[in-house]
Design a protein around this ligand. Sequence first.
Ligand SMILES: NC(=O)c1ccc[n+]([C@@H]2O[C@H](COP(=O)([O-])OP(=O)(O)OC[C@H]3O[C@@H](n4cnc5c(N)ncnc54)[C@H](OP(=O)(O)O)[C@@H]3O)[C@@H](O)[C@H]2O)c1
Length: 233
Amino acid sequence: MADGSVVIVGGTRGLGLELARSYAGLGRAVVVTGRDPVGAAAAAADVGSSARGIGFDLAEPASIAEGLAGVGAVDRLVLAAIERDSNTVREYDIEAAVKLVTLKLVGYTAVVNALLPKLSEDASILLFGGLARDRPYPGSTTVTTVNGAVTSLVRTLVIELAPIRVNAIHPAIVGDSPQWRDMPPERFKALVDRTPTGKLVTMEQVVDASRFLLENGGINGINLAVDGGWLCA
Ligand SMILES: NC(=O)c1ccc[n+]([C@@H]2O[C@H](COP(=O)([O-])OP(=O)(O)OC[C@H]3O[C@@H](n4cnc5c(N)ncnc54)[C@H](OP(=O)(O)O)[C@@H]3O)[C@@H](O)[C@H]2O)c1
């Protein structure tokens, strides 16, 4: 097994934190990041003694390299952060849109740029998009846009960073994630009814698929939907 760490940007909560716990459970050194260094340190303490926390704001891309300066060799890089923006074309919140586009596209790319000298040839990178890419909903205009752009970002990173592998995961609504587990029952039921498996996907399934994309040496340039078959419906 490789010696470098697993860096999870947006690893202080939700799916990123769950993936951090999974890698820490394998004995891997893990770095979790969020906006606030104190919160990131607390999340790292929760993950375990092999984890450390770092704070920087992806929406301020010029500060990212400094934020990551203390990170050593990296084998696995996960870009999971999001600050959600409920936005429509008719009532367009420009500030919120610019923030999300900056953090998910420029911010993610600036992290890769900053860590590139620390990534080995065997390293792999995983970007988080989401099914809003293909299945918009009212208020998803910016989320749909950035998740679509993640698909393209994967492709250019594969070419520019070869032989480093780059993939993306696009989950449907993850029913037991902190973001959605308290949604109104009628919304939960409507989502379940639209999902061919009759169940919303789980954090455990997303972690398992993430590990597959990160670890399988033959997988490169894949945008994987984890959606219980929703795209077929
Ligand atoms: N949950 C789902 O059902 C679902 C479905 C489809 C796709 N996804 C995708 O999966 C990924 C994880 O989603 P999640 O629901 O698990 O997220 P979450 O629980 O909302 O956590 C978001 C993470 O992003 C960090 N973050 C937010 N704004 C940041 C900023 N400006 N700079 C740096 N870090 C920032 C947060 O850190 P701090 O709060 O500590 O700053 C936190 O660690 C996202 O990319 C999302 O689009 C999730």
